[in-house]
Design a protein around this ligand. Structure first.
Ligand code: SF4
Length: 511
């Protein structure tokens, strides 16, 4: 069991830090599709750089290391109780070493268990098979993309597409709509797994299972193969692009499975996964627990450190404005959507718990003119008691929509950094108060960690590491203005144009 435990630890670390070969190939394809010099191409350049930094640092590709989900096939007679214990040990060790962020939170008290263990965490499914070896597959699916999963119950009315009936046409409408509704909030360009049929639970399970298929495989069911190709072709015409900045590459993979259903039910479930598609697998010798083979790693490994597209795109990007925090209202009102801001100075993390707290309490520091970063970093404390950042990309901002405008006005905050954009309430507040929304590249946790030169302190650590307010000194932190103080929102524009394109499919394709 000792060797099995080591093998599970290796699998967890590799999955968190080393993107599989099939996913790397899909990202290269997206870069080839994208037009050079666009904001989407700039984002893909940052993503490539981040992948190579994670390779080099052996650190998490994205700070949200998600819900660890293991799918395990074992020979008859394998001791599943001991295997489960070994996996829990490996999870705890990977969390302690900063390869996983502590992500297991008590749903009633909000308390973080600190070691990624707790009721329902991690998810482990065992199945017996007739082979002698053990097959273990792991996916680390983050919350941003998990929140964009969606389930349809047919027949239903679909925004932009009208009625979706209990037929192939209705299924197509659901799947294309699922990509539209995700916009950039699940860190597009993404991958989807789709489950057709089953009951509510098995339909969602089937959708998630599809994410364990290789990006390059071909569906053996001819009807589903055609459906997958249809979705890939049409979803990439929606113009959502990387991070929802608009562009050619929106969907990098679509895998569909089907189950029988009850005559009275018809579910279509979609599991959305971000570009940081961290799933790997191993086969193990069932006697020794040693790794025999890595899965999803066939073909050449693309080394993104050789990639020069970031440089090319840097040369073509829009106006660049260097700002030092704290920032004045005048500086903020000068910014327009499309500007690239290079931030220096101290920024402060704040996500769900902090925003909820700030609505009713004073801030632990003076936030006037300051910058809030929607980020739940991976942090490690050294033997001298000093904190270090292991990974620190942006989290999905839309969750703070109910609070953001009020919090900015109450404390005089001038800029918010996050990803995926915010809604009309925040846009109105940016206009009235003189604020700006800066979109950082979702998942680029190593790229942004590198910009953090010092951890100056932390407040409200009782909310747990991801939810605390970290005070971080940054240099050269680059983000794109996607919502400005003049009422402009790139997110609202892309949403509108992609909905128009979706509606056009109704006339052209679904007749
Ligand atoms: S890349 Fe984006 S959606 Fe994926 S885990 Fe990271 S923050 Fe979440």
């Amino acid at each position: 069991m000792k060797k099995f435990r080591e093998s599970m630890y290796t699998l967890i670390v590799e999955t968190s830090t080393n993107l599989p070969n099939d996913v790397r190939r899909a990202i290269v394809k997206a870069k080839e599709q994208e037009n050079a010099g666009t904001t989407a191409a700039l984002a893909l350049g940052t993503i490539s750089k981040n992948i190579s930094m994670a390779d080099y640092n052996v650190s998490p590709i994205c700070q949200d290391t998600g819900m660890p989900t293991f799918e395990i096939k074992v020979p008859v007679g394998a001791n599943q109780i001991e295997m489960k214990k070994a996996i829990l040990d490996a999870i705890e060790k990977a969390t302690k070493n900063g390869n996983l962020r502590p992500n297991s939170v008590d749903s009633l008290t909000g308390e973080n268990s600190g070691n990624n263990l707790g009721p329902g965490t991690p998810i482990i499914h065992f199945e017996q098979w007739e082979k002698d070896e053990i097959d273990v597959r792991l996916i680390l699916k983050g919350g941003g993309c998990e929140n964009k999963n969606i389930q349809y119950s047919l027949p239903t009315e679909i925004e932009g597409l009208g009625r979706a009936g209990r037929d192939l046409d209705g299924i197509r409408k659901c799947i294309l709509h699922s990509v539209y509704q995700a916009q950039g909030q699940g860190c597009s360009a993404g991958f989807i797994g789709v489950g057709i049929g089953g009951d509510r639970i098995s339909s969602y399970s089937l959708a998630k299972e599809q994410l364990f298929r290789s990006v390059d495989d071909v569906n053996v069911n001819e009807n589903l193969r055609k459906l997958e190709e249809y979705v890939m072709e049409h979803a990439n015409q929606l113009g959502i692009g990387t991070m929802g900045f608009g562009g050619e590459a929106t969907l990098l993979g679509c895998k569909i499975g089907a189950l029988n259903r009850l005559p009275a039910s018809f579910f279509v479930s979609v599991a959305y996964n971000c570009w940081a598609f961290r799933r790997l697998g191993v086969t193990l010798d069932s006697t020794t627990g040693e790794i025999k083979e890595w899965l999803y790693q066939d073909g050449d490994k693309i080394d993104f450190s050789q990639d020069k597209s970031e440089v090319t795109n840097q040369e073509n990007k829009g106006r660049e404005v260097v700002l030092q925090a704290p920032i004045t209202e005048e500086q903020i009102r000068d910014l327009k959507v499309g500007d690239v801001v290079i931030l220096n100075g101290t920024i402060h993390t704040g996500r769900d718990a902090i925003h909820h707290h700030l609505v009713e309490h004073d801030a632990p520091i003076d936030l006037n003119g300051q910058v809030i970063y929607h980020c739940g970093p991976v942090m490690l404390k050294d033997e001298n008691g000093e904190w270090h950042v292991k990974a620190a990309g942006p989290t999905t901002s839309i969750r703070e929509e109910p609070y953001q405008g009020d919090v900015m006005k109450k404390f005089g905050i001038r800029a918010v950094i996050g990803k995926g954009g915010m809604g009309p309430k925040t846009l109105k507040a940016l206009q009235e108060h003189g604020g700006v929304y800066l979109n950082a590249i979702g998942g680029a946790a190593q790229y942004y960690a590198d910009c953090i030169k010092k951890v100056e302190g932390v407040d409200l650590l009782e909310f747990g590491i991801p939810e605390a307010m970290w005070h971080l000194r940054v240099e050269g932190f680059a983000a794109i203005v996607t919502m400005d103080s003049h009422g402009n929102s790139l997110h609202a524009d892309v949403d509108k144009t992609s909905l128009e394109k979706l509606s056009q499919f109704k006339e052209k394709v679904f007749k």
